[in-house]
Design a protein around this ligand. Structure first.
Ligand code: NDP
Ligand SMILES: O=C(O)C1=N[C@H](C(=O)O)C[C@H](O)C1
Length: 271
């Protein structure tokens, strides 16, 4: 099979640069384009140089559509507003769209779902194998334990992160809610401050920490009567997310339009 031609949007970001390096080290993939927003100081720069590599002869552009038209996939770790626009363009170009961006509100999520009628989209709040395995375990443990075990999701990230709770924390909360056969929208508690009253049984609580250069840490705590179970994950390098995203692109190549998750890519959907 020929090399898969991929465009990286948000190419100068923390994930964008990591993705460019991950594509450069994959013999079956080739960087076909690199995109940054209009006005970015990085426009016209070589994407390889930007990522700390020798030149790759791909200059950073703000004109996504012609690049998408000549590619088979786009890898997108940007911001929700941009990802929605890219989903429309990817649908127009009939190419694979891997979305790692987090922080979507309900209307933005609905826009991605609409685009997935024409584009093959893989979207996940965390592209790593480890976190998706942890989510499968959380679902199983939540299904096994009753409401006498309180579920709390704890996360810590670097001080540049703009959304909270993290996409991964939400993914883990959804897994816990699915295990308990409840909706996260009705059982999730995202803020506590002041005289909150005692904890309501069945709540799924979230706590967010921000600081330093932490790549991403998550812990799901099941706190029961006189015992506590804790299941967690520590990301040590952004390369785990980048390699996961590239695995998603390979998996999605040639697949029919639809909205897929990393569970589909990793074969964890039935766990
Ligand atoms: N699912 C997963 O496994 C992971 C998800 N993430 C998520 O990925 C996203 C990005 O994270 P990170 O790389 O740390 O963030 P950064 O802020 O470092 O990078 C975001 C990049 O997107 C660019 N961007 C913004 N708008 C546009 C646009 N319209 N067109 C093209 N590029 C655009 C920004 O450009 P500029 O700076 O010029 O605005 C920036 O280069 C976040 O939502 C984060 O939560 C992160 C890691 C793993
Ligand atoms: O912004 C980040 O850095 C990360 N974002 C994702 C999230 O919101 O969960 C994934 C990872 O934890 C890093």
């Amino acid at each position: 099979m020929s090399q898969m031609r991929l465009v990286v949007v948000g190419a100068s970001g923390r994930m964008g640069r990591t993705l460019v390096r991950a594509i450069a080290e994959a013999p079956d993939l080739v960087l076909a384009g690199a995109v940054e927003p209009e006005g970015s100081p990085h426009l016209g720069t070589d994407a390889g140089v930007l990522a700390g590599l020798p030149p790759l002869d791909v200059t950073v552009s703000d004109d996504a559509l012609p690049l998408f038209a000549a590619a088979e996939g786009v890898i997108d770790f940007t911001i929700p507003k941009a990802s929605i626009a890219f989903a429309g363009l990817a649908a127009q170009a009939r190419i694979v769209h891997v979305i790692g961006t987090t922080g979507f509100d309900a209307a933005e999520q609905a826009a991605v779902e609409a685009a997935a009628r024409h584009a093959t989209i893989v979207k996940s709040g965390n592209m790593s194998l480890g976190v998706n395995l942890v989510a499968a375990l959380v679902k199983r443990v939540a299904a096994t334990l009753d409401d006498s075990f309180d579920i709390e999701v704890l996360e810590m990230h670097h001080n540049r992160k703009i959304d909270a709770p993290s996409g991964t924390a939400l993914l883990l909360g959804e897994a816990a809610a699915a295990g308990r056969q409840v909706a996260l929208s009705s059982h999730g508690v995202f803020e506590r401050h002041g005289i909150t009253g005692a904890r309501t049984p069945g709540e799924i609580g979230f706590a967010t920490l921000r600081g330093g250069t932490v790549v991403g840490e998550h812990e799901v705590i099941f706190a029961g009567p006189h015992e506590r179970i804790s299941i967690g994950h520590r990301a040590e390098d952004r390369m785990i997310f980048a390699r996961g995203a590239l695995a998603a692109a390979r998996w999605a190549r040639g697949r029919k339009p639809g909205l897929y998750s990393m569970n589909d890519v990793l074969g964890l959907a039935d766990i």
